[in-house]
Design a protein around this ligand. Structure first.
Ligand SMILES: [Ca+2]
Length: 560
């Protein structure tokens, strides 16, 4: 008996030693798809909170850009010992530039991650490093936009390169290629996910794109500039400026003002789905025809009070929700869905996702709208040609967005130059409606989008899905489904059922060919209804109360 145990111990000890060696050997891996790849380290991590896995750090295409900065595409790969035979690419966020932890965020606020489930997981920085490529005089961490190759790496090339490298390392380490591959991301990561289905349709079997910025360049140049200018006009009309003399967006609306708007939308639209439950399931029917008169009714008859809005505030909301247009009245990005997630005071518990992105916290003493901050750096640095180097501190970024002209500046999106031979539209867009290659290989895509997303309009995603559906003669749902989350802000948050396992639904679709008719979602502890569940329905279906059973339970609802 003792001898058997000793032998087993020796066996497992030597197996561990073999795994350690096998992992370390990846540092000298030969014949990787891109010869300009260096494996910096490969270390076997023993099981801890995470399962035992080989952790690999690599980089490729080391070079100096036209703006004299050093660039490389860096990636982070984790290969679990108990591999489930699958590959998971974790998408990025914002303007990337961070390596990511390669744990495999499943989105939908899930408690586990892909590595724990046995997936080989990669994340990457998309070809620039925020710690290195950061110039406060030229767009801060978006200074990479001043180098044409770094733009292309961010747009599409790094995801191609890293997918190939990761799959090759998986083959070397396990002796076989992954049986199934998944790309999962939100926001910019959602754009990447959709882009892969269009530009590299052979790479991934399943794609989960949450709150996708698939028209990020248009959303920023037109949408974010339009919102910033419109809210700026509200601040100017009220005579509220920051210490640089710029209109103070944070003060354009108080928290109470936004709650008035949210309440008016709920009053007009909650029961369009047949149930007064604080959730606007029939959001497509919640149009300006219903909401506009209610907003007009909120306008103060005299001076501004806490119970009414100024006529300027009312008109600005109409303008924002109609979306950006040029002087000919042509829509430049998309309109927005009226939904209750615009409101929410700090004391309500759930985050102020709409306000944080569109305006910034009311109590801030500096302009802090996220779309104005990220938008100004990205539009001046990446999405216009040639780029306009803009200081990342002070008031320059806001001034740049306030100066955008919706007739004149649209051409900068499609412009090319001798140095920048690809336009922003060329390298950034993920809006193709031709998904035939992805569909024909059996690819499946799940998109989840908050109706109250203040960054990327769900209307834009719906317009795109409808176009894809037309191209596919009404059968798009056979391979791409869109799930709307009423009340949800960007990726999460808001008065919403924002906890959902869309990833398992996707895997089941890919591997068992069972398409998700619904995804059950749960409201978080800080929402008005902790623990409430609802089915998220594949667009154009919506959740409808069955007429009996608890209104807190998804089982009492049907997708119709
Ligand atoms: Ca309702």
């Amino acid at each position: 008996m003792v001898r058997v145990i000793a032998a087993l111990a020796l066996l497992s000890c030597s197996a561990a030693a073999q795994d350690t060696q096998k992992c370390a050997a990846l540092t000298s891996a030969k014949s990787l798809p891109n010869p300009a790849t260096t494996i910096k380290s490969a270390v076997l991590n023993p099981a801890s909170a995470l399962p035992e896995h080989c952790e690999v750090l690599g980089q490729m295409n080391d070079r100096v850009g036209v703006n004299s900065q050093h660039y490389a595409i860096k990636f982070h790969l984790r290969l679990p010992t108990n591999w489930n035979g699958r590959f998971f690419f974790e998408g990025g966020g914002g303007s990337n530039g961070a390596l990511g932890n390669a744990l495999g965020n499943l989105q939908g606020q899930q408690r586990t991650n892909a590595l724990t489930l046995g997936y080989a997981v990669v994340s990457q920085d998309s070809g620039h490093d925020n710690a290195v490529n950061n110039d406060p005089n030229a767009n801060g961490t978006v200074t990479f936009g001043l180098d044409p190759q770094a733009r292309i790496d961010f747009g599409y090339n790094s995801y191609d390169q890293v997918t190939q490298a990761a799959k090759a390392l998986i083959r070397i380490y396990y002796g076989k290629t992954p049986e199934k591959s998944y790309y999962v991301g939100c926001s910019e990561g959602g754009r990447e996910a959709m882009m892969m289905s269009q530009r590299f349709p052979d790479y991934f079997d399943g794609i989960l794109a949450c709150s996708p910025g698939f028209q990020l360049a248009k959303a920023a140049l037109f949408g974010h500039a339009w919102d910033t200018q419109t809210f700026g006009a509200v601040a100017r009309a009220a005579g509220i400026y920051d210490r640089f003399g710029a209109p103070f967006l944070n003060k354009a609306y108080t928290d109470e003002d936004l709650d008035l708007v949210s309440n008016a939308i709920v009053a007009g639209c909650d029961e369009l789905d047949g149930l007064k439950d604080g959730i606007i399931d029939n959001f497509p029917a919640c149009t300006s025809a219903i909401v506009a008169p209610r907003l007009v009714a909120l306008a103060c008859k005299g001076p501004k009070r806490t119970t009414c809005l100024t006529p300027v505030q009312v008109a600005a909301l109409q303008k924002i929700y109609n979306g950006p247009s040029n002087s000919k009245g042509e829509m430049l990005y998309a309109d927005w869905a009226w939904d209750r997630g615009i409101g929410g005071k700090a004391g309500d518990g759930y985050n102020q996702g709409w306000r944080a992105w569109k305006l910034g916290a009311y109590d801030s003493n500096v302009n802090s709208s996220i779309i104005a901050g990220l938008g100004s750096a990205a539009v001046s640095g990446i999405f216009t040609t040639p780029p306009t180097p803009t200081p990342s501190t002070g008031a320059a970024g806001l001034a740049y967005l306030l100066s955008i002209d919706f007739d004149r500046d649209a051409a900068k999106l499609t412009a090319e130059s001798e140095t920048f031979t690809k336009s922003a539209l060329d390298f950034m867009m993920a809006s193709s409606t031709d998904l035939s290659a992805f569909k024909n290989r059996g690819g499946k895509m799940v998109i989840v989008h908050g109706v109250s997303d203040p960054v990327f309009s769900i209307k834009d995603t719906i317009h795109w899905w409808n176009d894809v559906n037309k191209v596919n003669n009404g059968a798009a749902a056979e391979f791409v489904r869109l799930f709307a989350v009423p009340g949800m802000n960007h990726c999460a948050g808001g008065p919403a059922t924002d906890q959902f396992d869309a990833f398992t639904a996707l895997v089941t679709w890919v591997e068992k060919n069972t398409a998700p008719a619904k995804i059950v979602a749960t409201a978080g502890p800080a929402t008005p209804w902790p623990g409430r569940t609802r089915p998220l329905c594949a667009y154009p279906l919506q959740a409808r109360y069955n007429g009996s059973g608890s209104v807190e339970e998804a089982a009492s609802f049907t997708c119709r």
